[in-house]
Design a protein around this ligand. Sequence first.
Ligand code: BYC
Length: 327
Amino acid sequence: MTNNVTEFPQRDDVDLERAQAYFDDIIARDSRIEPADWMPDAYRKTLTRQVSQHAHSEIIGMQPEANWITRAPSLKRKAILIAKVQDEAGHGLYLYSAAETLGTPRDVLNQQLLDGKAKYSSIFNYPARTWADMGAIGWLVDGAAIANQVPLCRCSYGPYGRAMVRICKEESFHQRQGWEILYTLSNGTPAQKEMAQDAVNRFYGPALQMFGPPDADSPNSQQSMAWNIKRFSNDELRQRFVDMIVPQVEALGLTLPDPDLKWNEERGHYDFGELDWEEFFGVIKGHGPCNAQRMARRREAHDNGAWVREAAAAYAEKQQAADAAVA
Ligand code: BYC
């Protein structure tokens, strides 16, 4: 996808009418906006919000699984889990880089998280209690992430869409490893099968809430869809995910904890029960079971990393001085 239009420079004396027409044309042609292109402030703002919150989610999302690295049941499982958690750190870095191209430096975005002003995904405020939770997180949480993120590969903002392509490939591996953990437990002893079912029971509802509030309560969806940032609404993606996991849970020999779940011939989709939205809004306001713990760990890690940032800045300054001396 290329913009067959001359680049529009970001200048104070820009002709706003022409700039807006240029932007609207790119969106209408389903083409891409790149960092040097003119874009409306509201587009820049909504993307900075979404991409930085997505980055924060990847970084905070390392915590529930990192918690199990020392307790993985075998060396092979430990190696796989370390690789997965490391991938999440990488996703955070690609996404902070994409967010920075919109003009807000990474330290500012990070400070918004540390100050509690920026959100991260609700799902990471739930505890990972057993080894089976590593399976449920991989299968359900990464599964929901893929369902949400594959359409984001076609996001109108180039750097975000391109970052999502690589992230989705890695998420597919994550989902497979989660499914395999659950499959092994489900075909193990009765106690292991019970542990797998318990993990699925606890993560099912929160995983469906990852897609965001119902469409009627989603203030950002309509505009984000008009700008080709989001391609489907929260409810459309949630439905798509439920339709996908029902046959998968059957193959696992487990069940989903929803008495209202049933195939609807007329709609060609599964009907499912109402989610606990009061709980969801409580969690995103900071009242989930692990919000305080997750933020305390993040702040602690940030403080512990101060010397690395200082050393990197000192090195960059030294390099710049050396380059200037040569020039
Ligand atoms: N949690 O108008 P809406 C991963 C907020 S990480 C918290 O529908 P929008 C992984 C929303 O921000 C996966 N907050 O918003 C990592 C908004 O508040 P603000 C993370 C939520 O943006 C490690 C308000 O509610 N994925 O996969 O149109 C290990 C109203 O919502 C949530 C992404 O970030 C939530 N679940 O749609 C394993 C994907 N939902 O900002 C796995 C990228 C909504 O106005 N993001 N809110 O104060 C998106 O696709 C969209 O931002 C959302 C929300 C679908 C999440």
